[in-house]
Write a protein that binds this ligand. Structure first.
Ligand SMILES: Nc1nc2c(c(=O)[nH]1)N[C@H]1C(S)=C(S)[C@@H](COP(=O)(O)O)O[C@H]1N2
Ligand SMILES: [Mo]
Length: 315
């Protein structure tokens, strides 16, 4: 069993409104008032999510590893760069524009989001394409709830996402070496976006998302390789055509649009059959590796979306 215990909150306090009010109270006082005045939004407080059945028996990855071993090229390409270089990033105020093939396009602030969607806690296995993995207690809400709110048109077949571009606050977006053509973009097919597992996360463990993990809001798709989990989202667009995906643009033979975790389809330069759990004793010689599971262990919930598809072709 995992060592994690959800914080104890009475049922009455986990409604979105109560959660929001509680957060307002916590940041009360002079400092809170100042923070509010500056940002117009109240996100500086601890965050709680309603415990759910979405969890795995695996041991949680220590928060320290979750927040110091990251991929977030906007802050640099080394795993330690995002934690080291994201201090000047200002996640608030923030808003997301949702548009494209929808009946009700809208722009939502983080306040709107915190008020509108009840936050849940979900413990997911996460698998990076680089063959390491973590187990993370996320706080967030189903992307499907947000999609319902904008009312997708029948012609909408995909959902496209975009990360913020802020070279002044994101050192990886300035300077001579630019590994990516910004903004970082990615997308999902509509059924994947609406799958109950797919989350928009606003926190991890018991805090709002640290900058290095994609503050203030990022995508979490636990049966896909980590690069699909686009961070610091500012734009969501419903489209008819398959949207571009940053890693697929950079190396189409190595990274596909689907990026479903699949131990039977190797990356051209390494095996995807096993993985290394970050934060666990890795012993001598690179240590213990565990088997990677089909769809990262979520086959029961997602495999039916891909029946009849050749997963070697649509990797
Ligand atoms: N905008 C943006 N999102 C991103 C990335 C990135 O470089 N930029 N890296 C991706 C990759 S490769 C991984 S493995 C996950 C890592 O998320 P974590 O650092 O919260 O574990 O973020 C994904 N989302
Ligand atoms: Mo990744």
């Amino acid at each position: 069993m995992s060592a994690f215990r959800p914080p104890h909150i009475p049922e009455s306090e986990v409604t979105p409104k109560a959660l929001y009010l509680k957060r307002r109270q916590i940041i009360g006082g002079a400092a809170g008032a100042l923070a509010l005045a500056a940002s117009g939004e109240a996100l500086a407080a601890p965050l709680t999510g309603k415990p759910t059945d979405y969890k795995v028996p695996d041991k949680l990855t220590p928060k320290k590893d979750v927040t110091t071993y990251n991929n977030f090229y906007e802050f640099g390409t080394d795993k330690s760069d995002p934690a080291a270089n994201s201090g000047a990033f200002k996640p608030l105020p923030w808003s997301i524009e949702i548009g494209g093939l929808v009946a009700k396009p809208q722009k939502l602030s983080m306040d709107d989001i915190m008020k509108s969607f009840p936050m849940e806690q979900r413990i997911y296995r996460m698998r990076c394409v680089e063959a390491w993995s973590m187990v993370i207690p996320w706080i967030g809400f189903p992307l499907a709830s947000l999609l319902d709110r904008v009312e997708p048109l029948g012609s909408a077949k995909y959902v496209a996402f975009e990360t913020v571009v802020r070279p002044d606050q994101m050192p990886g977006q300035r300077g001579f070496f630019q590994p990516i053509s910004w903004p970082y973009v990615d997308g999902l097919r509509m059924d994947e976006a609406r799958n109950p597992l797919t989350l928009l996360a606003t926190g991890l463990y018991d805090e709002t998302l640290p900058n290095q993990n994609g503050a203030p809001i990022r995508l979490v798709v636990p049966w896909k390789y980590g690069f699909k989990g686009i961070k610091s989202i500012v734009k969501i667009t419903l489209t008819e055509k398959e949207p571009p995906c940053t890693w697929n643009i950079i190396a189409p033979n190595e990274y596909g649009f689907y990026a479903n975790v699949n131990p039977h389809v190797d990356h051209p330069r390494w095996s995807q059959a096993t993985e290394r759990r970050i934060g666990e004793d890795s012993g001598l010689f690179g240590g213990k590796r565990i088997d990677t599971l089909m769809f990262n262990g979520y086959a029961d919930q997602v495999a039916s979306m891909y029946t009849g598809m050749d997963l070697r072709k649509y990797f």
